[in-house]
Design a binder for this molecule. Sequence first.
Ligand code: R5P
Length: 311
Amino acid sequence: MDLALVPGSANYALAEAVAELVGEPLVECVREVFHDSEQHVEIRETMRGRDVYVVQPTSPPVDSHLMELALLGDAARRAGAGRITAVVPYFGYARQDRRATGREPVTARIAAEFIEDYFDRVISVDVHTSSFEGLFRIPVEHLSAVPVLAEAARPLRSPESVIVAPDLGAVKLAERYAVILEMPVAIVRKRRISAEEVTTGGVVGDVAGRAPIIVDDMISTGGTIAAAIETLTDAGCATEITVLASHGLFVGPAVKRLGGCGARRITVTDSVVVPGDLGLPVHVASVAGLIADAIVRLHGDRSLADLIAHG
Ligand code: R5P
């Protein structure tokens, strides 16, 4: 089967970087958005019998990018593709994976159901929910950007560094960083008040005089990271504060919250487009190599075992 890399519009630069590493040109696609906000896509190359990878994070605007992903999958299927994989480096809606307070939908499942008819398989990176794979009826390859981010942080660590999970949900992630970087772990006790507001209840672990490396799957409105930094500072941590997050959305009040929060460096990946003019100390570590490696191995029916996020 011939390989075909189909770019969505959500992160064209990442698709280009992946194409460069895979050594295949991107397939030409056109996308129109009509005045009524409906979208139309067209793939301008044959898909007949090909092993197709549609690269499209469902980053904000989430609904529109999710729809475009489904449209590209359907277009490839109807054009006779042999096998179609959704490459979704950031999977929106993943945080809504259970009913928290009562009469709510399991939105992550709906997002999965919405796309699974158009694809044979999904690849994603550091998805918030550990139940991600179980949301789909089709096979899921859940990759981890932890090694990429840990290597980006390695030159910054010191004997006094400590990995910090900004909430209980990030403890397993923190442990993965701790193993790679050989550091102890501390945990901030976070409580979410609303979708955009959090409060904390102290730190578990020794952070006094230590340089924290706070790790999370994503930065959305920045509330979690800002609250963690405030708590760590109150607990007497050193001023060299580093943040590592797989997905940097920086939406809503994120720039204001993180602007004066004291983080010396915030490293995220290019799973979603990170604007260059945020005015924050943001560095970007690319997951293009990780994704290209996964695509090349899948195309050759080779194992992904060492690229997979466990736990
Ligand atoms: C939630 O548990 C996630 O792991 C992140 O901590 C959270 O989604 C980040 O969102 P925000 O930046 O809005 O606090």
